[in-house]
Design a protein around this ligand. Structure first.
Ligand code: KIV
Length: 279
């Protein structure tokens, strides 16, 4: 069902924060203008995830994302949306070293895209960066549990919350992100019962991906959700469409018609006597 626009423009980060414990927050990633236009009427939040580096640019990890890449896709998504809260990911290498670097990068993202908030990965270790960006007036979404930017350090996409030690780390991370002033936090690739407990433990909304239906909201990568992902699809994805087959079938029919000289047909060419001037 298409959602009504908020009374005053876009859904703000603060409005997302107030959704804790309420109707689940519907979120998807978006990277382009047309997809943002298609998703905007249906979602509360669009994330310009650094997954764009893998999904659209073919990098093997999200470490291929740059600040310039995130800004270009953030601008496209802002042009294609009018109601969703748009959050842009801070790419690896743009915030970890110092709070000054984090604030400068976040400011650049917000000033050049006009997005509502930024997201960064990390818990206790990034609390200083989150607090500094929030203090500069920019809302921050946290990201704990499986953190794709740390996948090389972690030795793969490892599920979190399977040992007592790791559960304790997750609670410390969630509390640190909340205390630092984040308006919400993504919990990724985490044992279901742990994600549910984390949701009960913090006062900010949790957005689950490979987590739990008890989270305050859910997010999926758009290409995974519509069945366009050509490489491995994670277990936590539900494909609501099968666009791989649609695109592949359209390409096969187009190729056959071009080879048979059946395309372009009479409807797709211009007569010598013009009925109109523009294509
Ligand atoms: O980059 C991304 O798409 C993300 C989501 C998976 C939460 O961080």
């Amino acid at each position: 069902m298409v959602q009504d626009p908020p009374a005053s423009g876009r859904i703000s980060a603060d409005a997302i924060r107030r959704r804790k414990g309420g109707v689940p927050i519907v979120s998807l990633t978006a990277y382009t203008y047309p997809v943002a236009r298609l998703l905007d009427p249906h979602v509360d939040l669009l994330l310009v995830g650094d997954s764009v580096a893998m999904v659209l640019h073919g990098h093997t990890t999200t470490l291929g994302a740059s600040l310039e890449m995130m800004i270009a896709h953030g601008q496209a998504v802002m042009r294609g949306s009018t109601r969703a809260c748009v959050v842009v990911d801070m790419p690896a290498g743009s915030y970890e070293t110092s709070t000054a670097e984090a604030v400068a990068s976040a400011r650049r993202i917000v000033e050049e895209t006009g997005c509502q908030a930024v997201k960064l990965e990390g818990g206790v270790d990034m609390a200083g960066q989150i607090a500094a960006i929030v203090a500069s007036g920019i809302p921050v979404m946290g990201h704990i549990g499986l953190q794709p930017q740390s996948v090389e350090k972690d030795g793969g996409y490892k599920i979190k919350g399977r040992t007592e030690d790791n559960v304790a780390t997750l609670f410390r991370d969630a509390e640190a992100v909340e205390k630092a002033g984040a308006f919400s936090v993504v919990i990724e690739g985490t044992v279901e019962s742990v994600a549910a407990d984390l949701t009960r433990a913090v006062a900010i909304p949790t957005i689950g991906i490979g987590a739990s239906r008890d989270c305050d909201g859910q997010i999926l990568v758009i290409d995974d959700m519509v069945g366009l992902t050509v490489d491995r699809v994670p277990k936590f994805v539900k494909e609501y469409a099968h666009l791989r087959d649609v695109v592949s079938d359209a390409a096969a029919r187009y190729a056959a018609e071009v080879r048979d000289r059946a395309f372009p047909g009479p409807d797709h060419v211009f007569a010598a006597t013009p009925d109109k001037d523009n294509v």
